[in-house]
Write a protein that binds this ligand. Structure first.
Ligand SMILES: NC(=O)c1ccc[n+]([C@@H]2O[C@H](COP(=O)([O-])OP(=O)(O)OC[C@H]3O[C@@H](n4cnc5c(N)ncnc54)[C@H](O)[C@@H]3O)[C@@H](O)[C@H]2O)c1
Length: 401
């Protein structure tokens, strides 16, 4: 079997490497710089080892390409392209549409097409299948399935092998072939009755996290107003052996999933006349955390940040990854600058961002810890400024939520 994987980012490259150990894989990405790097055996994704990629490239099991013709003879296509929000915070399926165009215009034989990109229920049936048919060079009939991705970049305990995978085909044959494909590198496959259930389950998983993070962020503000420690209170609640799951407060949510996927669910809910008030409000609470934090920092510093040097420690959206998509650090920096602070940031994992480089971890009036990577020492953070505000709960001795 020859597999084409459209999009060679966090999801697509991870799948490519797992699949590459069993099948011939063509990784299609329209970013030619990434393609050149991948063909040189260099991974740009945490959790995908360059060594492993290099072996696959050398053995001819994996090749990256930006040429659509290279997927003309594949037996199976996985779609793993971004599904972000538009500037109006509406679902943006333009990348999915472009992927469908590549598939439709190039795929010259019947294949199984599996979508792994996160989107709202109905995307496979009402959007992807018609789009591929519209762009198709001939009347080839493909099979269609969904298997939402659950990868958590940077995580070592759960991976493609041991994370249960949901799937559903538009037809029983598509379901059967999808199971056969993933069972080569995933131990637990969970069939659901329709693609819409799989699509909705993925959105609900991330909405569950978004809402609980918002709840604990609101609770952090309540605990502070009561003069009690939010962390001690959460640890106390967490001694209950059932009916409670601990979430910890933060500067907000980031990455490609938690700030985005719930909006896909809210959009489809509202389109169908169902309420999404809870989801919409949770999103606002998480976005408002940055302003709350900057208010606290300002109040602790004589009520003014004008002219003060503030170092934001950690701008990636979570520890040990270089991913800055939707990072809460962005809003924190914006609010600090709005109040006249002179802001720099330290994050050697990210390195450079928005044309600025990571600054030394020292010499500021104020440090605000947004993300703590494992290799950043608490001692070094504490020495970086006379006043430290920690939003992570990982810097004992600092002020914090
Ligand atoms: N990152 C995660 O942790 C994660 C987890 C689960 C699900 N997802 C979902 O998976 C999908 C992909 O996310 P990601 O994190 O891998 O994105 P990513 O930005 O890391 O990678 C996407 C890749 O697709 C490429 N691309 C964009 N348009 C293309 C096109 N038309 N043809 C070919 N390549 C194209 C980009 O150049 C990029 O390399 C999204 O729907 C996302 O919500 C992501």
């Amino acid at each position: 079997m020859k597999i084409g994987i459209i999009g060679q980012g966090y999801v697509g490259l991870t799948i490519s490497v797992f699949a590459g150990n069993h099948f011939e894989v063509v990784g299609f990405d329209n970013n030619q710089k990434i393609v050149a790097q991948l063909n040189a055996g260099k991974s740009h994704i945490e959790g995908v080892e360059s060594r492993e990629l290099e072996l696959l490239v050398k053995s001819g099991q994996y090749v990256a390409t930006s040429s659509g013709e290279d997927i003309s003879d594949v037996d199976l296509v996985v779609i793993a392209v971004p599904t972000p929000l538009t500037s109006d915070r509406e679902p943006d399926l333009s990348y999915i549409d472009a992927a469908c165009k590549t598939i439709g215009e190039n795929l010259a034989k019947p294949a199984l097409i599996i979508n792994e990109s996160t989107s709202f229920p109905g995307t496979l049936r009402n959007y992807i299948k018609p789009a591929i048919e519209k762009y198709s060079i001939s009347n080839i009939e493909h099979l269609y399935a969904i298997s939402p991705e659950r990868v958590d970049p940077g995580r070592s305990d759960f991976n493609q092998r041991n994370t249960p995978r949901l799937f559903a085909g538009l037809t029983p044959e598509a379901s059967k072939k999808t199971r056969e494909f993933y069972s080569k590198f995933c131990d637990q496959l969970v069939a659901v009755s329709s693609p819409e259930v799989a699509e909705a389950a993925k959105l609900f998983e991330n909405t569950f996290r978004q809402v609980n993070i918002a709840l604990v962020n609101e609770f952090a503000q309540i605990a502070h107003s009561l003069g009690i420690s939010v962390y001690e209170t959460l640890d106390a609640a967490n001694t209950k052996p059932y009916g409670f799951m601990k979430f910890t407060p933060s500067a907000g949510v980031g990455g490609h999933c938690i700030p985005v996927d719930p909006t896909y669910l809210a959009a489809v809910a509202e389109e169908n006349g169902a309420p999404a008030t809870f989801i919409r409000r949770a999103n606002e609470v998480n976005l408002e955390m940055s302003e709350y934090i900057v208010n606290r920092v300002q109040a602790d510093n004589d009520g003014s940040l004008q002219g003060k040097s503030v170092l934001v420690v950690g701008v990636a959206y979570k520890p040990n990854v270089a991913d800055v998509r939707e990072t809460a650090a962005e809003l924190i920096i914006m609010h600090l600058r709005d109040r006249g602070a002179v802001v720099s940031w330290h994050d050697n994992v990210v390195g450079s961002w928005h044309g600025e480089n990571s600054a030394p971890l020292s010499g500021a009036d104020i440090a605000v810890v947004v993300t703590k990577h494992d290799d950043v020492k608490v001692q070094d953070i504490l020495g970086s400024a006379p006043y430290i505000f920690d939003t992570t709960g990982k810097v004992p001795g600092a002020k914090g939520l």
